[in-house]
Design a binder for this molecule. Structure first.
Ligand code: PMP
Length: 367
């Protein structure tokens, strides 16, 4: 029997071939020559000032509204350290990013999941939840959501902002996939709609790569300063060396052309996913995104992701369990497919294997 090649639809990592190694190497050399004394030294906790200035200009905000950190996830951790007491309520979408759930639970937050629909959070569920709880914040991933791939409609964004005003809670908008739109039109960010109510988080993990650990947060200067104080008390200053290199790369005007390259690399992978699903899993309940890293599928009635996952392993197909993405249970038939680190051929082969396994499990369960 020929040995099957393993295919990993597990974590949402960028493609290794997307990393701008040569450009970063040149930027590293220049950054050390220009800023060596600063980027090898401790510095102010909000981050390397030229980078914060560059980000502020890119995003159209003031410098004191920008905080950089070692990845966006840790900035969320700092926010929670500042804002949350045990038992505080936090709303998330359901499903949502599993590491955020782990982090919120570590802070002993009471996490209330708002059911996610194809067009964003279910607003009736949100309004119902608001009758029972006063959340400290609503953590939301409006663009090409992790794990579902959903993008929140403009109409829903505007209503969410109204509800945040009415019920007085903060919106924490996590938007690392927003720049990776392969087609269609961009919706306004929550931060644009309600800058005084929103903390917007983003990251270079999907733009340069996760290695430099460069994330940033934007919001009201006063709140940003509070979060920066937690950062200072944790690590004194973020990774100035990596951030100085990233700054030099951005300053050279390389970000936008690189985003275009990423789109050219990933967009055919998204198409390969959608084509393979149409061919091998016709009728599957699928989110069809216009960008980002993820497609998600709801498996047919009676077919559980855990069973499919166990069977898939025997066919060298590695899948993630859906359960960890759901704050309050559910998700037994949810399957996330991160496709960006796979070639179109691997995607086709992976979804072909998946379809055969789903059929097998369904048959053996008597469906
Ligand atoms: N938020 C979301 C929604 C993510 O998908 C990820 C990465 N998988 C992160 C945050 C973490 O980003 P960073 O590497 O900047 O910490």
């Amino acid at each position: 029997m020929s040995k099957l090649k393993p295919i990993n639809f597990t974590r949402g990592v960028p493609a290794v071939e997307s990393f701008p190694v040569e450009e970063i190497s040149a930027a590293a050399d220049a950054a050390l020559k220009r800023h060596g004394g600063t980027i090898l030294q401790y510095g102010p906790s909000p981050g390397f000032l030229p980078l914060r200035e560059w980000l502020a200009q890119w995003q159209g905000v003031q410098v004191d509204q920008v905080l950089t950190g070692n990845g966006s996830l840790q900035l969320l951790e700092f926010l929670c350290l500042y804002l949350l007491q045990p038992g505080d309520v936090v709303f998330t979408e359901s499903p949502t990013y599993d590491r955020t759930l782990t982090l919120l639970r570590r802070h002993q937050a009471q996490v209330v999941g708002i059911r996610l629909e194809d067009t964003g959070p279910d607003l009736n569920a949100l309004e119902e939840a608001l009758k029972q709880h006063r959340p400290k914040f609503f953590y939301i991933i409006p663009d090409f959501q992790n794990p579902a791939g959903v993008t929140c409609s403009g109409e829903k964004r505007r209503r969410i902002v109204q509800l945040a005003e009415q019920y007085d809670f903060l919106l924490v908008e996590d938007a690392p996939y927003r720049p990776l739109r392969y087609r269609g039109f961009e919706e306004p960010s929550l931060f644009r709609l309600a800058p005084q109510r929103t903390l917007h988080m983003s990251s270079f993990s999907k733009l340069i790569g996760p290695g430099p650990r460069l994330g940033f947060m934007m919001g009201e200067a006063e709140l940003i300063a509070k979060v920066a104080k937690v950062a200072e008390d944790t690590y004194i200053s973020p990774n100035y060396l990596a951030h100085g290199i990233a700054y030099e790369w951005c300053r050279r005007g390389l970000l936008q052309p690189h985003i275009q390259k990423l789109k050219a690399l990933y967009s055919p992978r998204l198409d390969a996913c959608l084509t393979a699903i149409d061919e091998y899993l016709p009728g599957a309940q699928t989110i069809r995104p216009d960008g980002g890293f993820f497609i998600s599928i709801t498996l047919p009635e009676g077919v559980k992701t855990t069973e499919v996952r166990a069977a898939a392993k025997r066919h060298q197909l590695n899948l993630a369990d859906g359960l960890a993405f759901f704050p309050n249970g559910g998700g037994e038939r949810f399957l996330r497919l991160p496709y960006c680190a796979l070639t179109p051929d691997e995607i086709d082969e992976g979804i072909r294997r998946l379809a055969a396994i789903v059929k097998d499990v369904s048959r053996s369960n008597g469906h």
